[in-house]
Design a protein around this ligand. Structure first.
Ligand SMILES: O=P(O)(O)OC[C@@H](O)[C@@H](O)c1c[nH]c2ccccc12
Length: 421
C-alpha cells in the first residue's frame, strides 16, 4: 500500500508554522485576555509538564517502553502541540521570553497549533464555579465549549479517562479478526463501476440532524448496503452524539459482512486505534481539525503497524495543505460539513481539489473521498468531476425505507455487484 504514495511530500507551504510573535500578536492577546482572563492564567502550568516531555526532538522518547498504562497515557496526543506552543515562548537566542510572551504562547495553544481552532480540553476545569459562602455562579468562558466539535472532543477526552488500560487490550488484539483492505476495496469498486466508490454510513443520529432513523438495525442496514453495492461501510461508534457503538463494528463483522469497515470516531488518543482494531475496524478516521500534524503522523504509524487504513479528514485549504505535507497519507476525506458550524456546501470538495492540490493528490495516488451532503446523482457527478474516487454518504441513504435500495437512487443506477455480473 505504501508504494501507492509515489514521490516525496511537497515542501511545506509557507505560513503553516506558528507565526512569529509580533507586537500585533500581543495586542490581540491582550484583547482576548480581557475577554477570558482565566484561560491564559490557568493554561500555562497545565501545559508546562507536557511541554517539557516533548522537548527532546521530533521523536519524543515517550514511546520507548510498552504495555503499561502510563505509556498508553503518553500516547495521548496533547503534548506535541503544547510543546510547540511553549517553544514559541522562547525567542531568538533561546533565552526565556518575558512573561507576556509566555502568555502569548499559552494563547497560541488555545487558538491552535497547525491552525487548529478547537481547544482540546477545558482550560481550568468545569464550566461553572460556585464561589464563596454566597454561592455566586461564576461562568468561565474559557471552560465552556464554543462549538459542537469542541464539546464532542472535550467529552471524548473525559471518556478516555474511563477506558481500560492499554495492556488489557493485548489479548483481544491478538484475537482480532484479520484486517481487510479498505483502500483496495475502494479502488476495485471505482474500477468496476466507473463511479465513485461508496462508503455507506451506518449512523443512527447526529448532532446536526437529530435521530435519522428510529428503527435502527445496524446489522441489517450494513447487509443491505453491501448487497446493493457499497464498497466499504462507515460505522459511527460515538455513543453520546451519534448514538453509535463500538459493538456495532463486531456485530456487523460477525454477521458475515465482507465490506471493510471504517470506525467513525473522534480519535483523540492512540488507545482508540487499538480498540477500533480489536472491534474489527479496517480503517479509522483522523480529523485534521482536531489533531495536530505530529499526532496525525504518530497515529498513522500506529495504524500501519496494526494494518489499518486511515481516512484523514480535512475541511478547508489549510487542513488540506497540512495533510498533503504528511507522508504516507493514502486517503483524504473532504468534509462538506463544517463540524464547528454544521454548514454544508458540496462545492467545498471542488474548491479543495482545484489546481495544484488536485495534481498532488493524483501524483501521490491518494484517493480523495467526498464527504457529507450528497443526495442526488447530480451531486455524485459534481464531486466526481471535482476529482473524488469515493464518497461517504450517511443521511440520504439511512433515512430511506430501504437504505440499500436507496443506493441506486443516489447514483442514478444500480451499482450492486450482482447487476454487474
Ligand atoms: O450524513 P451525511 O451528510 O451524508 O454525512 C456523512 C458523513 O460524511 C458524516 O457523518 C461525517 C463526516 N465526517 C464526520 C466526522 C464525525 C462524525 C460524522 C462525520
Amino acid at each position: 500500500m505504501e508504494a501507492l504514495a509515489i514521490g516525496s511530500a511537497p515542501p511545506r507551504p509557507p505560513g503553516l508554522a506558528l507565526p512569529p510573535l509580533t507586537r500585533h500578536h500581543h495586542l490581540l492577546l491582550h484583547r482576548s485576555q480581557t475577554l477570558a482572563p482565566r484561560r491564559l492564567v490557568a493554561s500555562a502550568p497545565m501545559d508546562a509538564a507536557a511541554a517539557g516531555a516533548g522537548r527532546g526532538g521530533p521523536v519524543p522518547p515517550r514511546c520507548a517502553r510498552a504495555e503499561t498504562d502510563s505509556e498508553d497515557a503518553v500516547a495521548t496526543t496533547s503534548s506535541p502541540h503544547s510543546a510547540e506552543a511553549e517553544g514559541a515562548a522562547e525567542q531568538g537566542n533561546g533565552a526565556p521570553a518575558p512573561v507576556a510572551d509566555a502568555a502569548a504562547a499559552a494563547a497560541a495553544d488555545v487558538v491552535g497549533v497547525d491552525g487548529i481552532r478547537i481547544r482540546r480540553r477545558p482550560v481550568t476545569g468545569p464550566p461553572v464555579h460556585y464561589v464563596g459562602p454566597f454561592q455566586f455562579r461564576l461562568e468561565n468562558e474559557g471552560n465552556t465549549p464554543r462549538n459542537i466539535l469542541e464539546r464532542i472532543v472535550w467529552d471524548k477526552e473525559a471518556e478516555m479517562k474511563e477506558r481500560r488500560p492499554l495492556y488489557m487490550l493485548k489479548g483481544p488484539l491478538e484475537n482480532a479478526p484479520p484486517v481487510r483492505d479498505f483502500f483496495g476495496a475502494l479502488k476495485a469498486s471505482f474500477d468496476r463501476t466507473g463511479l465513485p466508490a461508496l462508503i455507506a454510513e451506518v449512523k443512527k443520529a447526529s448532532p446536526s440532524r437529530g435521530v435519522l432513523r428510529e428503527d435502527f438495525e445496524p446489522v441489517q442496514i450494513a447487509q443491505t448496503y453491501e448487497k446493493n453495492g457499497a464498497a466499504c461501510l462507515s460505522v459511527l461508534t460515538d455513543a453520546k452524539y451519534f448514538q453509535g457503538s463500538f459493538d456495532y463494528l463486531d456485530a456487523i463483522r460477525n454477521a458475515g459482512v465482507q465490506c471493510p469497515l471504517l470506525c467513525k470516531e473522534f480519535i483523540v488518543d492512540a488507545w482508540q486505534l487499538y480498540y477500533a482494531r480489536l472491534k474489527g475496524a479496517d480503517a479509522v478516521l483522523l480529523i485534521a481539525a482536531v489533531l495536530p500534524d505530529l499526532d496525525i503522523k504518530y497515529m498513522l504509524k500506529i495504524c500501519k503497524i496494526l494494518g489499518m487504513a486511515a481516512l484523514v479528514e480535512v475541511h478547508d485549504e489549510r487542513e488540506m495543505d497540512r495533510v498533503l505535507g504528511i507522508d504516507g497519507v493514502q486517503l483524504i476525506g473532504i468534509n462538506n460539513r463544517n463540524l464547528e458550524t454544521f454548514q454544508v456546501d458540496i462545492s467545498n470538495t471542488k474548491n479543495l481539489l482545484e489546481g495544484e492540490r488536485g495534481q498532488t493528490i493524483a501524483q501521490k495516488g491518494i484517493i480523495a473521498v467526498g464527504e457529507s451532503g450528497l443526495f442526488t446523482p447530480e451531486h455524485i457527478s459534481f464531486v466526481q468531476s471535482a476529482g473524488v474516487k469515493a464518497v461517504l454518504v450517511g443521511e440520504s441513504l439511512i433515512k430511506q425505507e430501504d437504505p440499500g435500495k436507496a443506493i441506486a437512487g443516489l447514483f442514478g443506477k444500480d451499482i450492486s455487484p450482482v447487476s454487474a455480473a
